[in-house]
Design a binder for this molecule. Sequence first.
Ligand code: SF4
Ligand code: SF4
Length: 82
Amino acid sequence: MYVVKEGCPGCGNCRHVCPTGAITQDGIGVKIDEKCIDCGICVHYCPVRLIEAGPVPGQAVTTQEAPPRRKTVRNEPERGEE
Ligand code: SF4
Ligand code: SF4
């Protein structure tokens, strides 16, 4: 399940793109609930990069230590197959 780090200004981008409605308003910011299917779409729509993959069950990692699931390359078009 993906998680939202602290400091979300609540722009709403992620809520609008989430296909399962897993992201809901939580005060100023948003939170992700168990409806998350780990599609990763929301990550690409967060302007302040606050969404990341949460800890994998069974692994002792914290939210801050969990590596991102996908690398994003700025200012370059999406690559197809190499
Ligand atoms: S990873 Fe996908 S299902 Fe999970 S909160 Fe983000 S957009 Fe929604
Ligand atoms: S896209 Fe990012 S900044 Fe906007 S509401 Fe979602 S987590 Fe917050």
